[in-house]
Design a protein around this ligand. Structure first.
Ligand code: THU
Length: 132
């Protein structure tokens, strides 16, 4: 199964009683295994979680901390861009050239990378002068 098909499949499980906007995400770990996530909303709106965060949590729970590929899909007019927080979360476990495929349910896709999604990101190097 392709990574995009995995994201499309898990999207059906999204819990979205408030936005009615289902998102599916899948990441491939360094081992080649696929991990999936969907958005899970909450009546206390800020407590909801994005599909990408779910997929990353599944990967880490599965014992992996490096991802090599990402796919995200939603029923949006244009390929759905990950939110700012999810860009930082993806960057934590991928590289600047890690491929990210954004897609719509109607078949439009946009191929990008983690580095393009989050240029100039904050990383561990910025903390080098902090006392320890
Ligand atoms: N959402 C995601 O799951 N991923 C994204 O990349 C963008 C937004 C979710 C959060 C919320 O449940 C709904 O989409 C509307 O913002």
């Amino acid at each position: 199964m392709s990574l995009l098909d995995a994201a499309r499949e898990v999207r059906d499980a999204a819990y979205v009683p408030y936005s009615h906007f289902k998102v599916g995400a899948a990441v491939r770990g360094k081992s080649g295994a696929i991990y999936r996530g969907c958005n899970v909303e909450n009546v206390a709106y800020p407590e909801g979680t994005c599909a990408e965060a779910g997929a990353i949590a599944a990967m880490v729970a599965g014992g992996e901390t490096e991802l090599t590929e990402v796919a995200v899909i939603a029923d949006s007019p244009a390929p759905v861009p990950p939110c700012g927080g999810c860009r930082q979360k993806l960057a934590e476990f991928g590289c600047s050239d890690t491929p990210v495929l954004l897609a719509t349910t109607s078949g439009e896709t946009l191929a990008t990378t983690i580095g393009e999604l989050l240029p100039g990101r904050f990383d561990a190097g910025h903390m080098e002068r902090a006392g320890s």
